[in-house]
Design a binder for this molecule. Structure first.
Ligand SMILES: [Zn+2]
Length: 174
């Protein structure tokens, strides 16, 4: 038991380090490792050079269904589901892998980083608890995130049906 915990401690520090580097909040580290809060705060400071932000995670499920976040979140969850389906790695490792691939994708396409690692992790939790789910767009057949409780028999995604507000300047509103 003691030897096992030593090995797993090294693994947990590595995991926490990877998560911190990708921008995870303290709550994500606490939920995915058994390291004490004090040690996580120390590790965070060592890597980031600043204390971790305090307070609750402000994220509600509605964020994931607004237009631009939905496109980014859906991209991430498609990568995540592919990795989960085709490998045997732990969900948290799949989140890290998918998030790195998401970052690569937006870098190549020169897009803005809309989805944070903490939000990506929160998204997986919302899907596990069935607050949100993934359904195909009837036009492009891509998979997109929707509220579980709403009826989506003819779902058309945000890319096939770009809202008129998206991308318009404030000038026009005024
Ligand atoms: Zn579509």
């Amino acid at each position: 038991m003691r030897e096992k915990s030593l090995l797993s401690e090294a693994k947990q520090i590595q995991l926490a380090t990877d998560l911190i580097k990708l921008g995870a909040r303290l709550q994500v580290l606490e939920a995915n490792t058994e390291l004490s809060r004090e040690r996580l705060v120390r590790l965070y400071k060592e890597i980031k050079g600043v204390s971790p932000p305090k307070g609750m995670l402000p994220y509600s499920e509605d964020w994931f269904t607004s237009w631009q976040p939905n496109v980014h979140s859906s991209l991430f969850i498609n990568i995540y589901n592919f990795i989960i389906k085709h490998t045997n790695i732990y969900p948290i490792d799949a989140i890290i892998k998918s998030y790195k691939l998401y970052l690569e994708h937006i870098e190549i396409n020169r897009l803005q980083r809309v989805l944070s690692l903490t939000r990506a992790w929160t998204l997986v939790r919302f899907l596990e608890s069935k607050v949100l789910r993934v359904i195909p767009c009837t036009k492009c057949k891509g998979n997109f995130i929707v509220h579980s409780l709403e009826i989506h028999s003819n779902h058309v995604c945000g890319l096939c049906n770009i809202p008129s507000r998206a991308g318009k300047t404030k000038k026009k509103v005024a």
